[in-house]
Design a binder for this molecule. Structure first.
Ligand code: TYM
Length: 333
């Protein structure tokens, strides 16, 4: 069955290994499956839910598009575009926010994490962010949404919003309920400095993540400095439960090698970290360095990147503008 795929990445800089292994690597696989129709969106409207410097934002929009292409997404096969160029996203977000319940949004853990202690100072956009995300997905009759584990709750909300809209306007199955595509393993990559914290763009320590623009030396330096524990690599999966840093590094290795955790444990069983880290650096450099080099090359050609985004947005707009017209009609406009 052909799938309709939609996913988005925020252009907030420092795209990292977590974004790659949790999401972008899957985008590439879905792009390569024969009959899929894929939309990969640079979600710049989501980015401004926290303060962005305009020049930096523009650069990061291009860099996110460059990362998609450098990772292997073919802009001739998949639609790469930025959200702010397709006005239906903002319009649909408003309409859907009028059917969404405050109680639903109050449960969103990502808002609580991002807003921190002082919720009163967070923007309204940050609060209603998941409704815009639902609009993104629902405008394209998406069947599948590939994301990392941290977006699971937002996708459940998206399904609730779709169902509520369909019920409220007596339009069964009008908005299609999407299925999340979250990998069973390695869908949450943790910080290199703290195995209990998610690898994140906003971590002040650059040593906490491998950025997709890092070069060979930066990668091997970060792996050398990555936190471990004093024990050798275990022989049993169960022994990892109390060792979050070791579990994370072995997870990264396994994901890059496309093998399960058990196989990696068998490979390094009883060995010390210096040997494992050497192999981990090697595979990271093999997989990430070519992407990093290609991103830098693509960034030199701003015109090419702008054209990809413009053409992608025109194609996305054709589809999204039809759907928003139908939405408006159902609402009574
Ligand atoms: P964003 O920009 O925070 O992250 C982009 C993708 O990377 C995944 N990810 C991770 N996966 C594993 N381990 C990590 N440490 C890690 N950090 C990030 C995220 O799960 C995500 O898949 N709300 C979305 C963007 C969005 C979207 C959408 C996604 C907007 N509209 C519609 C899907 C469909 C976000 O903030 O992603």
């Amino acid at each position: 069955m052909s799938k309709k795929i939609f996913s988005g990445v925020q252009p907030t800089g420092n795209l990292h290994l977590g974004n790659y292994l949790g999401a972008i690597k899957n985008f590439v696989e879905l792009n390569n499956e024969k009959d899929n129709e894929c939309f990969f969106c640079v979600v710049d409207l989501h980015a401004i839910t926290t303060k962005q410097e305009p020049k930096e934002l523009k650069k990061n929009i291009r860099e996110t598009a460059a990362t998609f292409i450098a990772s292997g997404i073919d802009p001739k096969k998949s639609i790469i575009f930025n959200q702010s160029m397709v006005s239906a996203h903002s319009e649909a977000a408003w309409i859907l926010s009028c059917v969404s319940k405050i109680g639903w949004l109050n449960r969103m853990t990502q808002f609580k994490e991002k807003a921190g202690k002082d919720k009163e100072k967070a923007s309204i956009g940050l609060y209603s962010y998941p409704v815009l995300m639902a609009a993104d997905i629902l405008l394209y009759d998406t069947t599948h949404v590939p994301v990392g584990d941290d977006q699971k709750q937002h996708l459940e909300l998206c399904r609730d919003i779709a169902q509520k809209f369909n019920n409220d306007f007596n339009a069964p199955e009008f908005l299609r309920l999407p299925e999340p595509l979250i990998q069973k393993e390695f869908s949450r990559i943790m910080s290199l400095k703290d195995g209990l914290k998610k690898m994140s763009k906003s971590d002040p320590s650059d040593l906490s993540r491998v950025n997709l623009t890092d070069d060979k030396d930066q990668i091997s330096n970060k792996i050398k400095k990555a936190k471990t524990d004093p024990l050798p690599i275990p022989s049993e999966l169960n022994d990892l439960s109390q060792r979050p840093e070791t579990a994370n590094l072995l997870g990264i290795y396994s994901s890059l090698k496309n093998q399960n955790l058990e196989k990696s444990i068998n490979e390094f069983n009883g060995k010390n970290f210096s040997e494992f880290k050497k192999k981990l650096s090697e595979i990271l450099i093999e997989k990430i360095e070519p992407i990093s080099k290609e991103i830098k090359k693509l960034l030199k050609d701003e015109k090419y990147l702008d054209t990809i985004l413009l053409e992608g947005s025109q194609k996305a707009d054709e589809i999204a503008s039809k759907k928003i017209k139908e939405i408006k009609k159902l609402v009574g406009f």
